[in-house]
Design a protein around this ligand. Sequence first.
Ligand code: SF4
Length: 330
Amino acid sequence: MTAPVLQVEKLIKHFPVVRGVLRHTVGQIKAVDGVSFDLRAGETLCLVGESGCGKSTVGRTLVKLMQPTAGRIVLAGVDVTHLDDTAMRPHRRRIQMVFQDPYASLNPRLTAGEIVGEPLENYEALAGAAKDEKVAALLEKVGLRAEAMVKYPFEFSGGQRQRLGLARALALRPAVIVADEPVSALDVSVQAQVINLMMDLQEEFNLAYLFISHDLGVVEHIGHRIAVMYLGRIVELADKEALFAKPLHPYAEALIAAAPIADPRARRDQLVIEGDVPSPMNPPSGCHFHTRCPYAVARCRVEDPPLREVAPERWVSCHLREPAAPAAAI
Ligand code: SF4
């Protein structure tokens, strides 16, 4: 097995809550609360969960749009956790981000050529015909015509703008792309085209994707492994097939049960989770999911279950899924 291109260890991102004219810190929003995973070249790890579970904050922290509160980020063997903007610069080309809203993430005053060419200018000092040639090749790689170079973002459709975002992300040949809900703002028919393009690009460039999504239909199509997040933590991490066939964490079970299925004759057992997600400022004691979990027992209210490997490559944080104890020697 190849070495991971990205290693994330006990990542924490808390946001202080300040009040009053003296701006006293009165609490912390625990947006990301100890997230660990590896990402290998050529694989897609999907981060899924309800809105506000911390998945986008994980992505933004990994590309250093915000500094982590604690934990470790190792990118292609280099610990980049505490690097500031200047020190991060040579490593930034290895990890790029594609955003949910392609229109908001593209500078409306720049042409497509300038948008895709900007990283080439800044990181590779390319200019003139050499830059234009590379930009044209990148645009064609994502299914846009080279002549589109002179157009502005408003002249493209939503799907084309997301292709433009992909071309820009690809310009520096990154090892990792963090894609934050990259198709959720697009029509369903266009979603499939962009997802298929991402899969083709992954195969061609051996890209690793951290694919953040709330849409299990999309995740089932593109993902290799899936990490289910709840209140800033991963509660289950497994191969896609294993997770969809038999989710082991009650929250993962409920998410999958609620996902729409293409074949109406196929039935999934329904597990309905009631209530709202608790505040990440004041998460419940013990297992953070116990206030909504239909299987909760007394122990769940006081004891926090660690994320444990309950089977090869299968990690679950639930007291009901403790790995079997090794058989005693005779
Ligand atoms: Fe539910 Fe308890 Fe498992 Fe938490 S530890 S998911 S409350 S059964």
